[in-house]
Every structure is written in structure tokens, then in C-alpha cells.
Design a protein around this ligand. Structure first.
Ligand SMILES: Cc1cc2nc3c(=O)[nH]c(=O)nc-3n(C[C@H](O)[C@H](O)[C@H](O)COP(=O)(O)OP(=O)(O)OC[C@H]3O[C@@H](n4cnc5c(N)ncnc54)[C@H](O)[C@@H]3O)c2cc1C
Length: 412
């Protein structure tokens, strides 16, 4: 009996076992999936919790509900991978052997990486919304906050869902307008990037949207510390930005066991072939989802498209054949812009987000780089699709590789 071991039962790991269980004969392949947690979180839902859009209960379900029959779920924290011995050790001493290993342990916000962030003001005037606890605590704070200077901040790239802090800023603008207190709130967006986003066309559009909403932008800001006594964030070049309320996205990092196993880069992401997710060092170790070091956004959509490609290729790989499909870095993200609208971006390693329609040319129904109510509806519908189609590994009518159909080329 051969053993496929999947580390992490989040978005990517859960899809992997669902896609592969039906395709690997049960009398030849055992499949085991390991996770430290019992609950599966729909992380895109965290964005809406601070504004009362979702309750915490709406974004959490038991992980076991999404693990198919014929897959063993092991609950435990991963301590180390021993690639020479083809085994994984858990914190409790359990040893799990493997023939093929998939690392899908994602990325986690690490406020401990920035001096002062978890100081006396943590969850008093310094909040994150990248965890359920953070988003919930921030919601409580916003309900009674009387206004002042609200700084929305990204510590360092890469972060998962790099548009989420922008969405937070847009939704905060709408939230305070609806509460009739927008004039009592100064909104500032602080980023280490040189503009609102990484890709030129989208960055210009999103930057204009910040300006229209009178949200100031401080770019090229590399945080060195949070000075919680003076309620200020300070950069390495000694720029100081004061806040009354700081909503920060802490440094994001892959799991510590990746570093302990000698499998990661400086942020604990696993270097892989960007076309097929095979470790650059080991030919029986893959990394998919946010855990992989890929030159594209860390996002659930990327995890989804990547798992489609991976699960097809994997069947060839275990027969010793060349993997036929090359992943192109396909990513797409709805960007909530407030007042019941959102835009959509669709891009890959080589093609930046362009205007047009998605997934069908002319018909859409979604509009690329344009704020529409249909896009917003798509973003909200996605929660249902996530629980009912995506995680269980059902086929969606969305090609894994990016298509140029419906896109309008923009001159450089
Ligand atoms: C606020 C927010 C908004 C977002 N919005 C969007 C969006 O609109 N669209 C989009 O596409 N994406 C969005 N994302 C990103 C998306 O949620 C992630 O990219 C996606 O979940 C990545 O899947 P993954 O399987 O790689 O990691 P995860 O789903 O995070 O799963 C990793 C799993 O590994 C487990 N694990 C980690 N370390 C260990 C260990 N040592 N031992 C045992 N288990 C371990 C964890 O418990 C977890 O279950 C958003 C994320 C956030 C935070």
C-alpha cells in the first residue's frame, strides 16, 4: 500500500484529498490528511465581520465535514518533515510515513515579527482582521468608536489576499458614511508597495478609488516598529505615522515546521517549480496553496486553480511520467468597493489584470476592473460555492488556466 500524506486541511489540502480520493485506487493508495485545528474557516468572510456583515458562526464549519470517506484525518500539530526518511513527525511524537507528500499548511499572520505590535495597545487600538479573533474584536471596537485617525496598514509583502486591506479601507469608508460619521474619520492607507497594488493598471484604478473616497495613501512604508505609547507606526527610514486606530496586516509567514525541516525560504515558503508545484529539492514533495513560494498572489482562487492542475498532473507523476500541464499562475479576486459593489481582477504570472468581461466574453456576467452590483453578488455567492462545490472538489465551469477571451488589451 502506498501512502499519500497531505499536511494542512485548509482550502488547498481539503481540495487535494477530495480531488484525489476518487482517482487513486483505495487498494493501492492510502490517503492521510493532518491538521492542528478542528474547524475550517472561510477566511474571505473575515473581511465582513468588523462591519457586521457576517457573524463568526457563519464562517466556521467542522473540518471533518469536508474530508471524504476513505481519507484518514489526523488531528495534530506538525513538528518536522524528515525528507531523507520519508516521514513526518507531529508534536505529540506520532510518526507518519509517506511515499508522496503535499505541504498545504498555508500562511499565518505573525504580529510577533514587528516590535511593539503585540504591546499594550494590541486589540485596544491596534487590531488585525486576518484572524477570526482579530476580526471579531475589531467589530466590537468599531461599534462604539467615536472617530479619529484610522490607519489601514500592510506590514510586508507577500500577504494572502493582497486586495483585502484595500477592501477593508473601501468598506470602512462606506461604513462610516452609513453611520453619518465619515467627517469624523480620517482614513489613511499605508503600504510597503509604491502604489495601491502590485500591477500597474489595477494599481492606478485602485489608487484613484482611494482618492475619490478621500482615503490618503502613504506608500513605500516599511514598518520597523509600533510605538504604542505614542500610537505611531515607525518605518526603517524613521517616517512616523500617528493613529487613533490601527488596522494592520501583520507579516505573513509559512509554518515554522517548514523552516525546522530545511524546506523553506526566509519566510518559510516552500520553493517549488511554478508550473507543477514539485519541490525544487525533493521529487516526492509538493507544496500547493499559500505554503508554496510562487510569484503570484496568495489566494484561495490560486489554490483552487493550482489544485486542479496538481491533481491531474499527480496521476502522471506517480506513474513516473512527465507531468503534462504547466500552471500559469491564474488568479482572480473580487474586490469589494462598498455600497453594494465590487470589481473583479483576473490575471496570471505574465498577464496583469485587464478590463473586460469574465468568464464569458461580452456576456460576463462579471466585469473586470469595473465596479458593479453583479460583481458584489458574485463575491457574496462565493461563500456558498466555497462550502458546497469548491471544498468538496466538484468541477466548476471555470478553467484552471487563464483565458484572454473577454479581456481588452491595454497599451503599455
Ligand atoms: C481576510 C482575508 C480575506 C481573504 N479573501 C480572499 C478572497 O476574497 N479571495 C481569495 O481567493 N482568497 C482570499 N483569502 C485568502 C484565502 O483564504 C487563502 O489564500 C486560502 O485559504 C489558502 O489556502 P491554503 O490551503 O493554502 O491555506 P489555509 O486555508 O490557511 O490552510 C492551512 C491549514 O494548515 C494548517 N496548519 C498550518 N500549520 C500547521 C501545523 N504546524 N500543524 C498542523 N496544521 C497546520 C492550518 O490549521 C490550516 O488549516 C483571504 C484571506 C484572508 C485572511
Amino acid at each position: 500500500m502506498k501512502q499519500l500524506l497531505v499536511l494542512g486541511a485548509g482550502t488547498a489540502g481539503t481540495m487535494v484529498v477530495n480531488k484525489l480520493r476518487s482517482r487513486l485506487p483505495e487498494d493501492e493508495w492510502a490517503i492521510t490528511i493532518v491538521d492542528q485545528g478542528a474547524e475550517h474557516h472561510y477566511q474571505p468572510g473575515y473581511l465582513f465581520i468588523p462591519f457586521g456583515g457576517y457573524t463568526p458562526e457563519q464562517v466556521v464549519k467542522p473540518k471533518t465535514r469536508f474530508i471524504p470517506d476513505g481519507v484518514e484525518f489526523v488531528r495534530g500539530a506538525i513538528h518536522r518533515v524528515e525528507p531523507e526518511a520519508n516521514r513526518v513527525l507531529l508534536d505529540d511524537g506520532t510518526s507518519l510515513p509517506y511515499d508522496q507528500l503535499v505541504i498545504a499548511t498555508g500562511t499565518t499572520p505573525r504580529p510577533d515579527q514587528t516590535p511593539g505590535m503585540e504591546g499594550a495597545e494590541w486589540r485596544r487600538s491596534v487590531f488585525d482582521f486576518y484572524t477570526l479573533e482579530g476580526a471579531t474584536a475589531l467589530g466590537e471596537k468599531l461599534r462604539t468608536w467615536e472617530g479619529g485617525r484610522l490607519v489601514v496598514h500592510i506590514s510586508e509583502m507577500p500577504i494572502k489576499c493582497p486586495v483585502a486591506p484595500l477592501e477593508f479601507a473601501f468598506l470602512a469608508h462606506s461604513y462610516f458614511e452609513d453611520k453619518g460619521m465619515r467627517d469624523q474619520v480620517e482614513l489613511v492607507y499605508v503600504t510597503p508597495l509604491d502604489g495601491a497594488f502590485t500591477k500597474p493598471v489595477a494599481s492606478k484604478l485602485l489608487g484613484d478609488m482611494l482618492a475619490e473616497r478621500k482615503i490618503g495613501i502613504e506608500s513605500d512604508f516599511y514598518i520597523e516598529r509600533v510605538d504604542d505609547e505614542n500610537r505611531t507606526i515607525v518605518s526603517y527610514d524613521e517616517r512616523a505615522i500617528p493613529f487613533d486606530l490601527l488596522v494592520t496586516v501583520p507579516v505573513n509567514m509559512g509554518a515554522d515546521f517548514v523552516a525546522r525541516s530545511g524546506l523553506g525560504n526566509e519566510l518559510n515558503y516552500v520553493p517549488v517549480d511554478q508550473g507543477n508545484f514539485l519541490s525544487t529539492e525533493w521529487d516526492n514533495i509538493f507544496a500547493v496553496g499559500d505554503a508554496a513560494d510562487l510569484p503570484i498572489s496568495k489566494a484561495g482562487s490560486v489554490a483552487h486553480f493550482a489544485v486542479e492542475v496538481f491533481s491531474e498532473n499527480f496521476l502522471y507523476h506517480i506513474r513516473g511520467e512527465e507531468m503534462p500541464i504547466r500552471f500559469d499562475g491564474h488568479a482572480n479576486c473580487f474586490v469589494e468597493s462598498g455600497e453594494g459593489k465590487a470589481l473583479l481582477i483576473d490575471f496570471n504570472y505574465d498577464v496583469q489584470p485587464l478590463p473586460g468581461k469574465y468568464p464569458l466574453p461580452i456576456l460576463g456576467p462579471f466585469s473586470l476592473l469595473e465596479e458593479t452590483g453583479v460583481n458584489h453578488f458574485g463575491k457574496l455567492m462565493f461563500k456558498w460555492i466555497y462550502w458546497n462545490a469548491l471544498l468538496p472538489g466538484r468541477e466548476l465551469p471555470l478553467p484552471a488556466l487563464m483565458s484572454m477571451a473577454g479581456k481588452t488589451e491595454v497599451p503599455a
